[in-house]
Design a protein around this ligand. Structure first.
Ligand code: 5GP
Ligand code: MN
Ligand code: MN
Length: 329
């Protein structure tokens, strides 16, 4: 039983052992929230040597810059080289661990907490629940099995994770269990209004102008996805530069795009380098976009997935359009 194995792994590590927690590259609210909330739980258990990290560019998106537990976060280059235990959060495949994958492979104990249906199955103990709305749901269950009670700091981290991955409790996986967990988190005294304002409604003026420009160039393709419709747009590094905005702003742009009524599928092509793009795919239900993402070396969920594409935005979108047709036939 994986739950018992996970509890045993944590309990068998000594309080003085080095524990390294890792979440995915370009972390979102669930990656950071589930990881930092669990890290704070380990601190309550008496662990004294805890680090949290993620691969790649060490920048924390502004919406998450106030999360409790941030003092435990270190850049990849400063992370324990040979930790006694590695725990991984919200990571669907080892490729999303970048240069930290070796740390996981070498660790005497490793536990993976995730909720991606596309999870490739790595690490010694695997707590992967595709029905969980966020990785923080899994993290909270493990803390509970370790008899760590929720406090306001842990709850704030888990709430941010839950609110982000459910689109503010809007998406299909917003179940009774999700609201019950949210209720228990709020019962610790955290302020949902304040937290939501901070993570969703506190963008700089320049981000709004940038959003206007990116949405202004969106294209509606009603014939795509077997007539279910697709809407797409792209955002470049020079867009960011022109409005002096940090990269995380691009990750917020898919939400207005996916609200278009005439399209079941929405696509946002975000530049990450020369002819290199991070592609966000969203579906309203009829189309499984994770198939498209996986076939391009990415991953995700049925209704929200992503991959790395190359060339010009037009080329990337043409590939998505063709793959959608292939998958629908
Ligand atoms: P987003 O579009 O918000 O970046 O990602 C949506 C979902 O797809 C998330 O669950 C994320 O983990 C997954 N995803 C996005 N990009 C990639 C990728 O390049 N590789 C994998 N494996 N998953 C991705
Ligand atoms: Mn994530
Ligand atoms: Mn997640």
């Amino acid at each position: 039983e994986q739950w018992a194995a996970a509890v045993a792994a944590v309990r068998s590590a000594g309080a003085g052992d080095e524990v390294l927690l890792i979440c995915h590259v370009n972390p979102d609210g669930d990656a950071l929230g589930s990881m930092l909330g669990f890290a704070l739980g380990l601190r309550r258990l008496g662990f004294t040597r805890i680090q949290a990290t993620f691969p790649g560019q060490f920048s924390i998106p502004d919406p998450y810059a106030g999360l409790p537990g941030l003092d435990l976060l270190v850049p990849e280059t400063d992370a324990y080289g040979d930790p006694g235990m590695v725990m991984v959060f919200d990571v669907a495949s080892e490729s999303r661990l970048g240069g930290l994958a070796g740390r996981l492979a070498a660790a005497p104990r490793s536990v993976v907490l995730d909720h991606h249906a596309s999870n490739t199955g790595f690490g010694q103990v695997r707590l992967v629940d595709p029905l969980a709305a966020a990785t923080s749901v899994v993290a909270e269950q493990l803390l509970s099995r370790l008899d760590v009670p929720l406090d306001a700091e842990i709850a704030e981290c888990f709430y941010v994770a839950l609110a982000t991955d459910t689109g503010s409790f809007k998406f299909d996986m917003t179940t009774v269990a999700v609201h019950e967990l949210a209720a228990r988190l709020i019962a610790t005294g955290i302020r949902p209004g304040e937290i939501s304002r901070r993570i969703f409604d506190s963008k700089p003026f320049g981000a709004m102008k940038l959003t206007g420009e990116v949405l202004g160039r969106a294209v509606l393709d009603p014939a795509a996805a077997g007539g279910l419709g697709m809407v797409w747009t792209y955002a470049t590094l020079s867009d960011l530069e022109r409005y002096s905005q940090p990269p995380y702003v691009l990750d917020t742009l898919i939400d207005p795009v996916r609200s278009v009524a005439e399209a079941d599928v929405s696509v946002l092509v975000k530049q990450v380098g020369t002819r290199e793009w991070s592609v966000s795919l969203r579906s309203k239900g009829a189309v499984d976009v994770s198939g498209v993402a996986i076939s391009q070396g990415g991953g995700g969920h049925r209704l929200a997935a992503g991959f790395t594409g190359f060339g010009e935005p037009d080329d990337v979108v043409a590939t998505v359009r063709r793959l959608l047709d292939d998958f629908l036939n």
